[in-house]
Design a protein around this ligand. Sequence first.
Ligand SMILES: [Zn+2]
Length: 145
Amino acid sequence: MKPSQLRIDEKTGRYLPMIYPEEIPFWEGLKARKLLLQRCNACSKVWFPIGPMCPKCLSMEFTWVPMSGRGVVHNFVVYHKAWMPYLQQKVPYAVVQVELEEGPRMTTNMMDTPLEDIKIGMQVEALYEDVTDEITLLQFRAAKT
Ligand SMILES: [Zn+2]
């Protein structure tokens, strides 16, 4: 995988993420159905967004480690307006902030979960949406186990 600029998928009209060089392990992990985040070698803090330095102790030594993929909905909003043509087919849809068991919060979407079922504090689990041959996105759904 290579770094990439913001672009629009020609088949779907969907925006694809920009990929920065330091994020490549994250994106390759998603493609392999793993949620990998950085864990500090000095103090064990796991952080997100991706960055070069532990936000707790400022160490620059870290390891990419797999997360459980489990967490809870910390907060969410429901969008009723399509801000780009691709989203016309999606509204209304939820944007959720999931707090992972390991601590970091990630802004994401829910799949396979009716809007009316989304609640703050609900248990969720990661799933992986292949968007292109190259890009897989992290999504969440109501926990099944
Ligand atoms: Zn640290």
